[in-house]
Design a protein around this ligand. Structure first.
Ligand code: 4HR
Length: 421
């Protein structure tokens, strides 16, 4: 009986053609990060489950891929990178020079009990800034984000960025006498209005003992379409409004204001956001979320440390690839080699190895044919490797210190010395 050859449910194999695409995408993530002065970091994919024990009812925590190891430690495959980053920042503490701008492209995991053929892992580009309290930090994140989109040929006609500020909902909730300790929970619930029918959310509001008037209140707040109108209600000096005003002004200075749209109904589903939140979405029929982020100024104290102002974004590898596929914007990536080196018989293998070595020292990618084969096979092989040249070691030519070189694009052949090669 053949064993099951499929990768575990919800996971992917990356065949060379798949990995070429992944590296192409990560290359853009890395290059944009470099352009904006972010440094790369990494952390273990397995963390203590305790790092994710937040009690606001977030999907990301409900779907934690956790288990006990042989030492009975409760561990989890990371569902997101931010808690690991926070742990690293706290570990270094005061010795870390601020502000800090770091990026990473971690594989993140989730485990759903009911699984409808959904993915259990993805890679997520993370960009974070620690130590900047003002919207200048978010403005820089969004500049990097729009630079990424532009590089893959997506413009503001295809991608929009919704912007809001949780401080608006926060101060509005004071009117309903909802305690601040329950704010994260409320945000997680309100975020579900995006996916669930309002009755389902209303039932949850009641089930956890919150004032059902919250729903009508939120509906009214979310119907305010313009920042001007919101400013009219809350005043220009409301911190939520003032931060958004500053962010939109900065977006104008950077030159990406046309990508942005104030949307008070945006809250995002993560518990720890405290201020500005944003989400990039596909303006096409699907309106899918492509990535999201926001400010999280109070995460460090939830780990027992001293808080630092912080904000970041997370950008998954799945939706963007689908969007680029739909728009025919995926590149044709070749696995081509520069040269295929072939020797006519076993006695020419030693010089063939030398020739391959010589070419590799020049930086060329060389596929040396490792078995005794017929010339016809070598031609076919060079073709299938999309080589630009086939380098042949034949007895008479080699006796004269030459190799025969065939340019595969033109079919042109010539005999060259090693130096000419
Ligand atoms: C997702 C989130 C977190 C972990 C793994 C996955 Br797949 C999908 O958004």
């Amino acid at each position: 009986m053949m064993m099951d050859l499929a990768p575990p449910r919800g996971t992917r194999d990356f065949f060379p053609e798949d990995l070429r695409l992944r590296h192409w995408l990560f290359g853009h993530f890395r290059e944009v990060s470099r352009l904006y002065g972010f440094e790369e970091y990494d952390a273990p994919v397995v963390e203590s489950a305790e790092l994710y024990t937040r009690k606001a009812g977030e999907e990301i925590v409900q779907q934690l891929y956790d288990f006990r190891d042989k030492g009975d430690r409760h561990l989890a495959l990371r569902p997101e990178m931010t808690p690991s980053l926070a742990r690293m920042v706290l570990q270094r503490g005061k010795s870390l020079p601020l502000p800090l701008k770091w990026f990473s492209i971690p594989q993140c995991w989730r485990y759903e009990r009911m699984t409808r053929g959904r993915r259990r892992e993805h890679y997520q580009w993370n960009l974070d800034v620690f130590g900047v309290a003002g919207p200048e930090a978010e403005a820089e994140l969004l500049a990097a984000l729009t630079t990424f989109f532009t590089r893959v040929d997506l413009g503001p006609a295809e991608v929009g960025i919704k912007i809001s500020n949780r401080k608006i909902l926060q101060s509005a909730l004071k009117k309903l006498a909802i305690p601040t300790e329950r704010f994260a929970e409320v945000c997680v619930l309100v975020d579900k209005l995006e996916k669930l029918p309002p009755e389902a959310v209303r039932a949850e509001v009641q089930a956890i003992g919150l004032d059902p008037a919250l729903m009508d209140f939120v509906a009214e707040l979310f119907s305010v379409g313009e920042l001007d109108a919101m400013a009219g209600f809350l005043g220009e000096d409301h911190p939520g409004v003032a931060e958004l005003r500053r962010l939109f002004a900065l977006a104008g200075d950077y030159g990406y204001a046309d990508w942005l749209r104030f949307d008070p109904s945006l809250v995002r589903g993560l518990a720890y956001y405290t201020g500005i939140v944003f989400e990039a979405f596909d303006r096409g029929a699907s309106l899918r979320a492509i990535c999201g982020g926001g400010r999280y100024d109070r995460l460090l104290s939830t780990f027992g440390g001293e808080d630092l102002p912080a904000c970041g974004l997370g950008f998954g590898d799945a939706v963007i690839v689908e969007l680029l596929k739909d728009k025919n914007l995926l590149p044709a990536l070749s696995g081509a080699v520069d040269d295929v080196v072939f020797c006519f018989n076993a006695s020419l293998r030693a010089p063939a190895i030398q020739i391959a070595h010589h070419l590799r020292q020049q930086g060329r990618s060389v596929d040396l044919i490792l078995e005794d084969r017929k010339i016809k096979w070598a031609f076919k092989h060079a073709d299938s490797r999309q080589a630009s040249r086939l380098v042949l070691l034949a007895p008479d030519e080699w006796a004269a210190g030459k190799v025969r070189v065939k340019e595969l694009k033109t079919g042109a052949e010539q005999d060259l010395s090693v130096e000419q090669l």
